[in-house]
Design a protein around this ligand. Structure first.
Ligand code: PLP
Length: 369
C-alpha cells in the first residue's frame, strides 16, 4: 500500500485552490434562455420553403421587402424610408461614413462605446454632452449647439440607455426636439431596448415627436435574438437612398434569410408572447441586482432602470480595472464616463449568480460603507 503523505495534500490544496467561476456583469447579451431557439428553427425552415427563391439570391440592398413593409406600418411611415441592415450597428457605420467624417457629432456622456469608436475611426470630432438621471441635459445640449460648427448629428439612446440604463424624461424629449428644430439638427435616436420595458409608462419616442428631425434605429437583437443580425433605420428619404448605396457597395444585399425568419416570426404572432417572456426573465434579473445592491453596497449610487439590460454605478472612489472578486464589469471610462463609474449588465447571468456576484463585488471593491 502506498502511504499517503498528508503534508503534500495540504501543499497541493494551497497551490491549487478551488477555481472560482467568474461571474460576468460585463456581457451585455441576453441570457441563453431568452433566445427562442425552437421557434426560430421552424421560422427559418418555413421562410425558405415559402420564399427561398428570393431570400437565397441577391436582392434589394435595403432588405427583405415584406419586413420593410411590416416595420413601416408599425411606425406609420412608408417602406421606402426603412433600411434593414445586418444588426443596427452596421447601419450606424453606414450613417457615420456618410455624415460624420471631419464633422462634430454630439453624443451623451456616457454613451455606448462602439459608436464612439466608429465615429473616431471615420474621423469625426466626438463632442460629449452631459447627462443625469433624467437623460441628456438640454441646457448642455444647447451650449454644445451654440459653441462651434453645426454638428452632423446628435447620437442619443433615450430609453434604457447603454451604458447607464437611464431614460430621457418626456419633458426633456420635448426640449430636445425643440432644440433640433431651432438649430436644424438631425437627431439619431437609437432605440434597441424601448420594448424591453418591465414597468412604468412609455414616453413618446423622439421620432414620434418629430419625424422631420429624427432618424430612428432599432433592432430585433433584444426582442428576438442578436445572432439573427436584423437591425433597421427609419430615415429621411434622401438619406435612406444614400445609405442604400453604401449598403450596395459594402455587401450587395444584407442577410435576407435572417430578415425573412424575423418576418415569419412576426407573421405567426410569436413576437408579443416572446417579448412578454423575455421581459419576465430580464425583470427577475434586474430585481435581483437591485435587491443585492441595496443589501451589499449601500454607500454606492446606482441607476434604477425600468427596462433594458444595464445599470450604472457611481463609486465614492476610482474603479479598479475590469474585474473585482472574480466578477467582471465594464469601467465607465470605456463609455466616456468618470473614473469612479462602471456598468453592470444583469441580462446574461441568472438571478442567483447576480446575488453572489454583487456579494463578491461588495467584498472586493474598496468602498467605504
Ligand atoms: C444602444 C445600442 N445600439 C445598438 C446596439 C447593436 O445592436 P445590433 O445587435 O442591432 O447591432 C446595441 C447592442 O448592444 C446597443 O446597446
Amino acid at each position: 500500500m502506498i502511504p499517503i503523505r498528508t503534508s503534500s495534500l495540504v501543499d497541493t490544496a494551497a497551490r491549487y485552490p478551488p477555481r472560482v467561476e467568474t461571474i460576468s456583469f460585463a456581457r451585455g447579451i441576453p441570457a441563453p434562455e431568452c433566445l427562442p431557439v425552437a421557434e426560430l428553427a421552424e421560422c427559418a425552415r418555413a421562410a425558405i420553403e415559402r420564399d427561398g427563391k428570393t431570400i437565397l439570391s441577391y436582392g434589394s440592398s435595403a432588405g427583405y421587402a415584406p419586413l420593410r413593409e411590416w416595420i413601416a406600418e408599425r411606425h406609420g411611415t412608408e417602406p421606402g424610408r426603412v433600411l434593414l441592415s445586418n444588426g443596427s450597428l452596421q447601419g450606424f457605420v453606414f450613417l457615420a461614413q456618410r455624415l460624420a467624417p471631419g464633422r462634430r457629432v454630439l453624443v451623451e456622456r456616457p454613451t455606448y462605446d462602439r459608436p464612439l469608436k466608429i465615429l473616431r475611426d471615420v474621423g469625426a470630432e466626438v463632442v460629449p454632452v452631459a447627462m443625469d438621471d433624467e437623460g441628456i441635459d438640454p441646457d448642455a445640449l444647447e451650449s454644445a449647439l451654440r459653441d462651434g460648427e453645426p454638428p452632423a448629428f446628435l447620437y442619443t439612446i433615450p430609453t434604457f440607455q447603454n451604458p447607464s440604463g437611464r431614460t430621457l424624461s418626456t419633458e426633456r424629449r420635448r426640449r430636445v426636439v425643440e432644440l433640433a428644430a431651432e438649430h436644424d439638427l438631425l437627431v439619431l435616436e437609437d432605440d434597441p431596448y424601448g420594448l424591453v420595458r418591465f414597468e412604468g409608462e412609455e414616453p413618446p419616442s423622439l421620432y414620434e415627436l418629430s419625424e422631420r428631425r429624427v432618424a430612428y434605429s432599432s433592432s430585433f437583437s433584444k426582442t428576438i435574438a442578436p445572432g439573427i443580425r436584423v437591425g433597421y433605420f427609419i430615415l429621411p428619404l434622401e438619406l435612406e437612398r444614400a445609405l442604400e448605396a453604401t449598403a450596395t457597395a459594402t455587401y450587395i444585399t444584407p442577410a435576407l434569410l435572417g430578415q425573412a425568419t424575423v418576418h415569419e416570426f412576426l407573421r405567426r404572432g410569436c413576437f408579443e408572447p416572446n417579448l412578454e417572456r423575455v421581459r419576465g426573465l430580464l425583470r427577475a434579473r434586474r430585481d435581483a441586482m437591485l435587491a443585492a445592491l441595496e443589501r451589499e453596497l449601500p454607500a454606492v449610487r446606482w441607476s434604477r432602470p425600468e427596462g433594458g439590460y444595464f445599470l450604472w454605478l457611481e463609486l465614492p472612489q476610482s474603479v479598479p480595472g475590469t474585474e473585482a472578486g472574480g466578477v467582471t464589469f465594464v469601467p465607465g471610462t470605456d463609455f466616456g464616463g468618470g473614473a469612479n463609474e462602471l456598468r453592470l449588465a444583469y441580462s446574461y447571468v441568472s438571478p442567483d449568480e447576480i446575488a453572489t456576484g454583487v456579494e463578491r463585488l461588495a467584498a472586493a471593491l474598496p468602498v467605504a460603507v
